[in-house]
Structure formats: structure tokens, C-alpha cells
Design a protein around this ligand. Structure first.
Ligand SMILES: [Zn+2]
Length: 345
């Protein structure tokens, strides 16, 4: 195991099997939250966690020891990535976000130095989202704010989200863009197997968010904003940025908020420690990504305990990978995440 701290920028939990939402979600929404969360968990079936560490903090810490993870930043499953399950009822959505963050805080308190929460916010009301982001960071110790790759009809560069980006800058926490987005609904209408949907929805959603953040000028407007693009793999990054460069050359008037090629901008944001992608630990093209984007661009993510994670070998998939230099391995497993999360981990 490495001699430095291994930071997992994206692990998962799911409170559904154990949580009594009446305790965590404000009245009168407890029973409705309970029903929704359990139904979502049941629908996911064997695609969600089968390990206790997904909902039991002590079991999680034991599995982190086995894997060699020192610190894990935790995202939800059926609840925790989006309050969309509350439909158009904004107040219910806000109650779900608060309740989930309260539960997450209790989960992390078992070992607050090793378990870190990624806070859920309800994006339907941006002022309420900012308030909850403030509460989650300053009162509950959250290490970052979860953002969807897009929200309903809005892309992530829409000015609607700007108050949230300003808030992240003030709180000095990263924006954690986690797939999938609502693109999944489109895929669900066309494909009938998880194979066909899952192969596309995470990377394509994160590609869209990458384009919108860079070409929409979000990093130019918010000079201190740090962003991680999560669970979308990374092999496509150099190719996609090159494709955006070609469009920039031909159609610069369509992207008035930027004045340099997207690849050049991405390199600058990476150098400034403001833009990262998580990789699959065993991603074949990792050496190529590092060659093209540099070793400051990629962070390690375990994806534990999901069906497609490679527990207990995900740290080793990087730490023992000889095509990567020891310096690059340390950057991926430790230094890049330290830059991303700052003082919050
Ligand atoms: Zn994830």
C-alpha cells in the first residue's frame, strides 16, 4: 500500500436499507420520504450495494482498510445524487436534501476524519440550494456540493446556477458534478437493458457538463471555482476537447464567453487546480490521458460498493500500475484530491 494517504473522491452509500426518514426529514415529509427512498432502492435491485459498508459506517471503515483507502468522500445512491424523486414539489425536495444531509452527517460522525459527505441540494430553488449548501458545509462538515450534469432544461452554464457557484467560491468547497443526468430518461425510452443505458449515460452526461462548464465560460466568470467531473470515465477527455477545439475554430461566435481553444483553457484550469475528472481505476487509456492532459487532471474514485466497482482491488489497480510513474500514481491517489477538496478533507 502507498506510504501516503489514499483519497477516494467518489464512493457511495445508500441509507435506504436502514434509515428511518421520519427521524431525519422534517414534518410532514418523513413517511413520504421513506416510501420514495425504499421504492427507489428496490427498483435498483442487484445494481445497488450488496455490501454492508453501503449503509453501515463501521463496516465501511473495515472495507476501506481492506482496500487501502484513508479518506472517502461519500455520495448517495437512490437518494443523494438528486432530489428529482420529489417531483415538482420544491418544499419536499428541500426537505429530502436536508434530511439526507442530516443522515449523512450522522454516518460520517463515526469517523469524521475518514468519512466525508458530499452534500445534496435541491436545484429547483436556487436560493434554498445555496442556503442548504451553507448549512451542509458550515454546520455538517460537508466536503463539497453535488451538482447534476444538467438540470431539467438547464445546462450547467445557465446563469440560474451562478448564485450557487458564487456560494461554492465563498465556502471554498468544490462543485462535484456527478453523472448520470436526465439524459438517462432519453436512454430509458430507447434501451431495455442496463448494459446499453449504463455504458452511455454516465460518460455522455459528464461530456455534456464538461463542454458546458468550459465553453459556457463558467471557469472564466468564477475564477476560484473548483470542479470535479465524476463517474464518467476519462479516456474520452483529450479526444472530446480536440473536437471542441475544431468547433471553436469554425464557430467562435457560438461561444462568446471564451476566447481560447477549449483544450488550452482546460490545461490552464487543470494547472490552477480547478478542473479534475475521475477515472475508472483500471481504465486502459489512463497513461494516454496523463500524457495528453498531464498528471494533475485525474482523481481516484472507488465507486464502492456498486456492482461495477472493483473492490477490494481499486487502489492497487493504480498503485501497482507500472506504466504510470510513482509521481503520477501519488497525484491520482492523493495530491489532486487534496487540491480539489482543500481544507475539507
Ligand atoms: Zn460515484
Amino acid at each position: 500500500m502507498p506510504a501516503y494517504k489514499v483519497i477516494d473522491a467518489d464512493g457511495h452509500i445508500d441509507p435506504a436499507p436502514v434509515c428511518d426518514w421520519n427521524r431525519y426529514v422534517r414534518a410532514p415529509y418523513g413517511a413520504a420520504a421513506d416510501k420514495l427512498a425504499k421504492a427507489a432502492y428496490d427498483r435498483s435491485g442487484d445494481l445497488t450495494t450488496t455490501r454492508r459498508g453501503g449503509f453501515d459506517a463501521k463496516a465501511r471503515l473495515a472495507d476501506m482498510d481492506t482496500e487501502g483507502i484513508d479518506v472517502s468522500v461519500l455520495f448517495g445512491g437512490s437518494m443523494g445524487l438528486s432530489t428529482g424523486m420529489a417531483g415538482d414539489d420544491k418544499t419536499f425536495g428541500q426537505a429530502l436534501a436536508e434530511g439526507y444531509n442530516n443522515w449523512l452527517h450522522d454516518f460520517c460522525s463515526v469517523s469524521p476524519n475518514r468519512l466525508k459527505g458530499a452534500a445534496l441540494i435541491d436545484l429547483d430553488d436556487i436560493d434554498a440550494a445555496c442556503r442548504e449548501a451553507r448549512r451542509a458545509v458550515s454546520e455538517l462538515g460537508a466536503a463539497g456540493i453535488v451538482m447534476r450534469p444538467f438540470h431539467k432544461t438547464l445546462t450547467v452554464d445557465d446563469p440560474y446556477f451562478f448564485p450557487l457557484y458564487e456560494e461554492c467560491e465563498k465556502l471554498d468547497v468544490p462543485l462535484l458534478v456527478h453523472g448520470p443526468g436526465e439524459f438517462r430518461k432519453y436512454l430509458q425510452e430507447r434501451y431495455h437493458t442496463h448494459f446499453r443505458r449504463h455504458s452511455l449515460d454516465f460518460p455522455v452526461s459528464i461530456m455534456m457538463a464538461t463542454q458546458d462548464m468550459i465553453c459556457g465560460g463558467v471557469f472564466e466568470k468564477f475564477k476560484k471555482l473548483r470542479v470535479a467531473m465524476l463517474e464518467g470515465s476519462a479516456g474520452w477527455v483529450p479526444w472530446f476537447l480536440d473536437r471542441l477545439d475544431e468547433h471553436f475554430e469554425k464557430l467562435p461566435h457560438h461561444v462568446p464567453h471564451i476566447s481560447e481553444e477549449p483544450t488550452e483553457l482546460a490545461h490552464r484550469y487543470i494547472k490552477e487546480g480547478r478542473l479534475f475528472w475521475s477515472c475508472e481505476p483500471d481504465e486502459k487509456y489512463l497513461p494516454f490521458i496523463l500524457e495528453e492532459m498531464g498528471d494533475s487532471s485525474i482523481i481516484y474514485a472507488s465507486d464502492y460498493p456498486h456492482w461495477d466497482a472493483i473492490y477490494p482491488n481499486s487502489v492497487r489497480a493504480i498503485s501497482e500500475r507500472t506504466e504510470l510513474s510513482p509521481k503520477a500514481r501519488k497525484k491520482i491517489l492523493n495530491e489532486n484530491a487534496v487540491k480539489l477538496f482543500g481544507g475539507h478533507i
